[in-house]
Ligand binder design. Structure first.
Ligand code: ADP
Ligand code: MG
Length: 277
């Protein structure tokens, strides 16, 4: 474990000198409300390397979702720049569509289309891109297998458990082979056991696909288990308070969570959050 405060180090990991997947510099976002201006996020500097798994943690309201939506091109930043593979996401107030095609999103709710089968939900982004039926079916089939949904291809979302729906949502996000996978509390609505299984599944999928991931959670153990780097935010305005490299080898085993090393990291992050109050 290495402990870097972002005031000293703008969150650049030691993954080498290749082009970073994502570069965020001086990013802020204000919201104008009836009660005045809310500084939701301010002065965010963060660089994420290819293949890196970064977890964003912090209390409710500290700006995690706002930051992720800005990275995903769903919300323009008020200040600063966001680059995907060194290309600005926004140029003259317009979203660069070629950058957006590199992104995949998974939200807390799976948001599957209820009237489409699992396989059709997974294949939908490919259909929207004009892929031929045969090609998209084959790819969706591979992805169903990758996320452990073989045998449920023709089921409808209402026939699946919450964990299975979330797997389908992950498969759908992976269908376009995104270079950057953005996940906003994807397992927040699941029970503890399902969540643990999903963490293992996600780890396996990410390792198999060499994906770069930004993963929002407010669950500290989950962040330490999954991430190469944990970025902790504090509220009003939402800022990066601390980043922590987690260098346990991968794949990680659930029993890692019972080791003193793991719990020491969890404790230090929790302590940091308690200090805020
Ligand atoms: N569309 C919006 N309009 C006004 N305020 C917003 C909007 N979205 C977020 N906020 C405010 O910005 C802050 C950060 O919110 P959010 O990014 O959702 O935090 P988190 O995901 O960490 O819980 C909160 O104070 C929230 O109320
Ligand atoms: Mg949120």
């Amino acid at each position: 474990m290495r402990d870097d405060t972002t005031t000293v180090d703008p969150g650049v990991s030691d993954a080498g000198t290749e082009t970073p997947r994502l570069s965020i510099a001086g990013v802020g976002r204000d919201f104008h409300t009836r009660n005045g201006v809310v500084h939701a996020v301010s002065g965010i500097d963060l660089t994420i390397q290819r293949g890196e798994f970064v977890a964003l943690i912090g209390r409710s309201g500290c700006g995690k979702t706002t930051l992720l939506r800005m990275i995903g091109g769903l919300l323009p930043a008020t200040t600063g720049t966001i680059e995907v593979d060194r290309k600005p996401l926004w140029r003259d107030g317009r979203l660069d569509s070629s950058a957006v095609t590199k992104l995949g999103f998974v939200f807390q709710e799976a948001n599957l289309f209820p009237w489409f089968s699992v396989i059709d939900n997974i294949a939908l982004p490919l259909k929207l891109r004009g892929a031929r039926k045969r090609e998209r079916r084959a790819r969706a089939q591979e992805l169903a297998e990758l996320v452990g949904l073989t045998g449920f291809e023709s089921s409808y979302p209402r026939e699946l458990s919450g964990g299975m729906r979330q797997r389908a949502a992950i498969a759908r996000a992976l269908s376009t082979e995104p270079e950057l996978l953005l996940m906003d509390e994807p397992f927040g609505a699941l029970d503890a056991l399902t969540r643990e299984r999903m963490n293992l599944e996600l780890q396996r999928i990410v390792l198999e696909t060499s994906s770069t991931v930004v993963f929002v959670t407010h669950d500290i153990p989950e962040s330490v288990f999954l991430a190469d780097r944990v970025v902790q935010m504090t509220p009003r305005p939402g800022r990066i308070n601390k980043t922590l490299l987690v260098d346990f080898s991968k794949p990680r085993d659930v029993y890692l969570q019972t080791t003193p090393e793991f719990n020491e990291i969890v404790r230090s992050l929790r302590h940091e959050l308690d200090e805020e109050e």
